[in-house]
Design a binder for this molecule. Structure first.
Ligand SMILES: [Fe+2]
Ligand SMILES: [Fe+2]
Length: 156
């Protein structure tokens, strides 16, 4: 990012990069969970749920990529090792169940966790960094839709 582009970012950029990296870590946890869950899910409607989980893997990967691009633009380095991911994530890697309902309930927790974290960052960046703010709003929108889809599948 150019000089002026960097200048217009107000506040503590290092802290912002760290917070964005914590979200990258959360995305990796989510996508790894959805990936393994899509492989092992069994029982009623497992094929359908597996397909939806695979789509979520792609979506979370896209989020991680968009965040990483912004981190690089801001002059930072995205989390780059599994250890860093585990250290920075807001939540531990969730326990894996194999049945559809257990997987969906865990996915719901994961989504609600990231919604909370993104919402906090959306508020923090509102006046300080319009570009990061807009990206975060866009991702938050996706996460809110994901939560709703999971609730629908769970019949809530
Ligand atoms: Fe995501
Ligand atoms: Fe998500």
């Amino acid at each position: 990012m150019g000089k002026k582009g960097k200048e217009i970012v107000e506040g503590n950029v290092k802290k912002l990069i760290d917070e964005l990296n914590r979200m990258v870590a959360d995305e990796w946890i989510a996508l790894f969970y959805y990936w393994i869950a899509s492989q092992v899910v069994s029982g009623r409607s497992a094929i359908q749920v597996s397909g939806i989980l695979k789509e979520s893997v792609q979506e979370e990967l896209e989020h991680a990529t968009q965040l990483a691009e912004r981190i690089v633009e801001l002059g930072g380095k995205p989390v780059s090792t599994p250890r860093e991911v585990l250290e920075k994530a807001h939540h531990k890697f969730p326990p894996l169940s194999k049945d559809v309902d257990g997987i969906l309930r865990t996915a719901l927790k994961v989504e609600r966790g990231v919604i909370e974290s993104y919402n906090k960052l959306v508020k923090e960046t509102r006046e300080k960094d319009p570009i990061t703010h807009r990206l975060l709003v866009h991702i938050l929108r996706d996460e809110v839709s994901e939560e709703q889809n999971i609730e629908t599948m769970l019949g809530k």
